[in-house]
Design a protein around this ligand. Structure first.
Ligand SMILES: [Zn+2]
Length: 135
C-alpha cells in the first residue's frame, strides 16, 4: 500500500461532510457523514499530526510514526482552524503548498495543509449601493 494520499483534494472535500465534536484534551469524535460511524482522532500536542482509529489510520503504523492524514484527521484540523477564523486547504505537492505563502503543516501521508483567514466581504457603503441601484 502506498503511504501517500494521492487524491488529497477529494479526501479533504470529504472531510467537510464529517461532524467534529471535542471529547477531551486534543481528542475529538468525528462522525462520518458518509458511513455514520464515529471515529476517535487524537491530535498531537503541537497540533501538527493526528492519529485516527479508522481503517486507514490504524494501518499507518510505524512507517508513518502513527500519523494519519485521513479525512477524519483533516476534518479536525479544519475544525481547529475554523476556531481561529481560518480555513484549510490540502495539498499533496509540498512545492504547491509553499507557493501559497501561508502557514503550513505536514500532517503525514504526503499531505500538507495550508491555512488562510476566512475572507469576509467588506460591507458596501450606502453610497455604493445607491450607485448600483441606479440612483
Ligand atoms: Zn480516520
Amino acid at each position: 500500500m502506498s503511504n501517500q494520499i494521492q487524491n488529497t483534494q477529494e479526501v479533504h472535500n470529504r472531510s467537510d461532510l464529517h461532524k467534529v465534536t471535542p471529547s477531551g484534551y486534543n481528542v475529538f469524535d468525528v462522525q462520518s457523514g458518509v458511513s455514520g460511524k464515529t471515529y476517535k482522532v487524537v491530535i498531537s500536542h503541537d497540533r501538527t499530526s493526528a492519529t485516527c482509529n479508522c481503517k486507514w489510520g490504524t494501518t499507518r503504523g510505524r512507517m508513518t510514526g502513527w500519523k494519519s492524514a485521513c479525512a477524519h484527521a483533516q476534518s479536525v484540523f479544519e475544525f481547529l482552524a475554523n476556531q481561529d477564523g481560518r480555513t484549510v486547504s490540502a495539498w499533496n505537492n509540498p512545492d504547491a503548498a509553499s507557493r501559497q505563502h501561508r502557514p503550513t503543516i505536514k500532517i503525514g501521508d504526503g499531505v500538507t495543509l495550508t491555512s488562510r483567514k476566512v475572507f469576509e466581504k467588506p460591507r458596501k457603503s450606502e453610497a455604493q449601493l445607491l450607485i448600483e441601484l441606479g440612483y
